[in-house]
Design a protein around this ligand. Structure first.
Ligand code: ADP
Ligand code: ZN
Length: 723
């Protein structure tokens, strides 16, 4: 510990904890601490790593002020990152330390790198040559110095044999070159020759160097990826880092392969599935500027880029960009903020722009670059509705006659088809025929979903599971339990029964054990080892299957249930994405939508293929209702383990809402998932006119209401789901 100087210099330190703000610490003499520096500080009876922060230190009495213990030898957390953290915290009403925690998500990356000693071979007179020693010699003479473990592994000997040689002096310690974990992408490789539309879009993107947001909108297969690869190449040529955000990164082995083919090196990958060691290395490589291109899920936004020059958000409309827990934020919107703070361009790519993004284009805040046609000979698929009132399927079957015929024709032509049903498992509900008992989750307002492949009933919200029951737990009858409705597993059963000669496979997140399993299945589909692929929304995104010519949407109405503000928009986007899987190469594709409401605007829009028209109609509706993007919303979820406590807290909160022009507080109402993971939930919705300072309003209001200890408040600014 250092001695404190006579006049104590203070600095603020932000800790990765949900505290109200940064804390004051004393800077010991001889230590020069500046904002952005990682420091180790005492807190209570432990030490923590935080970041020196800008801001006026408070007036903690000197006697209580503790000194910084050490400043770490790491690149500083860049200023833009710090401003971004403050910005996100203020916008989402989260403690800044909670946002910092996302940026420091790999604490091990802050620890000093443990350098392992490495050894090289040294010729020695009179050393007895055993087979093991000869192999070790061969290994070391054929490569750089290596650690004991590596030598043993490569030579196929025990570490004892290696250590013996060290003792004998036949291995000499040598400096080990840290391996370069991330190869440099080649920014000067030529991409494909672009079409006229593609060239125009790419040119404009490549000109951007300062903050500018572009919407790159083009039908699936129009070459958006090729176009933004050009923008990436340009940013790399300027020596800057690039971030590409994708929804569900694990699905994008095809994307990684394309990147590698285009740039000759793999990008750094960032998502929840990578190993802890890889996370640590990646975090460091980003901080040191060694990783030039990062492709990741939403949390990649918080990595400490020293010189980010471009952000691409692919599938910008995708809801997976919204983080619904902890710090609740929308990665697409925060990407735009990050670009603004960094003074760099941001590119949003999609085949189905969100209403938010379209509105920003119309108001002139974003630029639109349009690719109206599929690349090359590929044509957009024809989309037709099957009126299920005219062609009801047989009992306990879900495929209508026209769809069965189309599948049959497709099989006979030697082409592939895809059946889309956005429901995992075998059946969404299990019911007792004798007494009417329904299996419900004890922790959530939800049915238990049967998963026959996994032999269990599962709650899709909390993961609670049961073995498949043999008797009804309510009336005790045997063989009275029936599965109601289809999931993908049950649909596969039907498809196999109808087409016993066809190779049928199911793709759903619970059936895929690892990203590798997904890659493997996608590979088999590409090689045409599958005739009928059945999938949930997992198959909707990004994949390119040249032999796939038929897409059957089994229940096109599914997403319209529930009356969510965005139900129509989300349904349209999802089905349009799925439809985009058909006919991506030479052979034309077609899409059949099974619907009980063929006249619904969503079905009509899909059949006509006119996105702009659909967006316009949706926008009109939202405008009339003052709903986003033409008004603002914030959701407040009140929850506690006790339903009465929740109700009381929610009412107290509503009662205390300040009156303000342009602000309306709706609720409380029980949330659609009134019980979730054992907590009773109520919802309030704040609706504000454009121009109202939503955060200020919420802060004043929420600070004034004391809450019981078990009660938790979650504020969701710009909510996209209302569960
Ligand atoms: P999107 O991202 O809009 O769905 P992609 O960039 O994936 O479209 O393009 C669809 C397919 O067409 C890909 O296989 C891609 O390599 C190919 N493609 C697109 N543009 C070109 C081009 N200019 N030259 C050659 N192939 C192209
Ligand atoms: Zn549950």
């Amino acid at each position: 510990m250092f001695a404190l100087p006579a006049t104590i210099r203070r600095i603020q330190v932000l800790l990765p904890l949900p505290l109200a703000g940064a804390y004051d610490y004393a800077v010991p003499e001889g230590l020069d601490v500046r904002p952005g520096q990682y420091v180790r500080v005492p807190l209570g009876n432990r030490y923590l790593i935080g970041v020196a922060w800008e801001g006026q230190p408070g007036d903690v009495p000197e006697t209580r002020l503790k000194p910084i213990e050490a400043a770490l030898d790491l690149p500083f957390l860049p200023e833009t990152s710090r401003r971004f953290i403050d910005w996100v915290a203020a916008y989402t009403l989260s403690p800044p330390g909670a946002v910092l925690k996302m940026a420091l998500s790999v604490p091990e990356a802050l620890e000093p790198v443990k350098a392992q000693p490495a050894y090289s071979w040294r010729e020695m007179e009179g050393l007895k040559a055993t087979p093991a020693r000869l192999r070790i010699k061969e290994v070391l003479q054929g490569g750089p110095p290596r650690s004991v473990g590596e030598i043993a592994k490569e030579a196929g000997v025990g570490t004892g044999a290696v250590r013996d040689l060290i003792k004998l002096g036949a291995l000499a310690e040598a400096p080990m070159m840290p391996p370069r974990l991330f190869q440099l992408p080649d920014a000067h490789r030529a991409g494909p020759v672009l079409s006229a539309d593609q060239t125009l879009a790419a040119k404009q993107l490549c000109l951007d160097q300062a903050y500018a947001v572009s919407l790159l909108d083009g039908v699936t297969g129009s070459g958006k990826t090729e176009v933004y690869f050009e923008a990436i190449a340009k940013a790399l040529q300027r020596g800057r880092q690039v971030l590409v955000l994708l929804p569900e990164i694990a699905l994008s082995a095809q994307w990684l392969e394309r990147f590698r083919a285009r740039f000759g090196a793999a990008p750094a990958v960032w998502h929840s599935e990578i190993t802890p060691a890889r996370r640590r290395d990646t975090w460091r490589a980003v901080a040191q500027g060694e990783a030039r291109v990062v492709v990741g899920a939403r949390s990649a936004l918080f990595l400490p880029y020293p010189d980010l020059g471009l952000i691409v958000v692919d599938e910008e409309h995708d809801q997976a960009f919204k983080q619904e827990e902890g710090v609740i934020y929308h990665a697409r919107d925060m990407a735009v903020v990050r670009a603004h703070l960094g003074g760099i361009p941001c590119l949003l790519a999609t085949a189905t722009p969100s209403l938010e993004t379209s509105a920003n284009v119309q108001q002139g805040r974003y630029r639109r670059l349009h690719l109206p046609e599929r690349h090359g000979a590929a044509q957009l698929p024809e989309i037709r509705r099957i009126d299920m009132r005219k062609y009801p399927p047989r009992r306990n079957a879900w495929l209508s006659e026209p769809l069965v015929q189309a599948l049959d024709a497709c099989l006979k032509a030697g082409e592939q088809s895809l059946l889309f049903l956005n429901r995992r498992g075998y059946a969404p509900l299990t019911l007792c025929r004798a007494c009417g008992f329904r299996f419900q989750c004890p922790n959530c307002t939800a049915w238990m979903v049967e998963h026959r492949a996994g032999r269990k009933l599962v709650c899709h919200h909390c993961g609670h599971s049961l073995p498949p029951p043999e008797v009804c737990p309510s009336c005790g009858e045997k063989e009275t339990l029936v599965a109601l409705g289809p999931g993908v597993e049950r649909l596969a059963e039907e498809a196999m029964a109808r087409f016993p000669q066809a190779r049928v496979e199911v793709m759903a997140s619970d059936l895929m054990e690892s990203p590798r399993a997904i890659t493997e299945l996608v590979g088999r589909m590409e090689r045409h080892e599958i005739d009928i692929l059945i999938g949930t929304q997992m198959v909707a995104k990004g994949h390119h299957f040249p032999q796939l010519t038929l897409v059957g949407v089994v229940d096109a109405d599914l997403g319209l249930e529930g009356g969510d503000l965005r139900a129509a928009e989300k349904s349209f986007q999802l089905l349009w994405q799925v439809a985009g899987r058909a006919g991506r190469a030479e052979k034309p594709g077609r899409v059949l939508l099974q619907t009980w409401q063929p006249d619904h605007p969503v079905m009509a829009a899909l059949a006509s293929g006119n996105i702009d028209c659909f967006l316009e109609a949706e926008a009109q509706e939202r405008k009339k209702a003052g709903m986003p993007p033409f008004g603002r919303l914030a959701g407040i979820i009140v929850s506690s383990p006790d339903s009465a406590v929740t109700a009381r807290a929610a009412h107290a909160l509503a009662y205390a809402a300040p009156r303000q022009a342009g602000v309306e507080v709706l609720g409380p109402a029980p949330a659609p998932l009134a019980l979730l993971r054992g907590r009773h939930r109520a919802r309030l919705l704040v609706k504000a006119a454009p121009g109202v300072k939503m955060q200020t309003y919420l802060r004043t209001w929420l600070a004034a209401v004391p809450l019981a200890k078990q009660v938790r408040l979650q504020v969701d600014i710009d909510p996209v789901s209302f569960f």
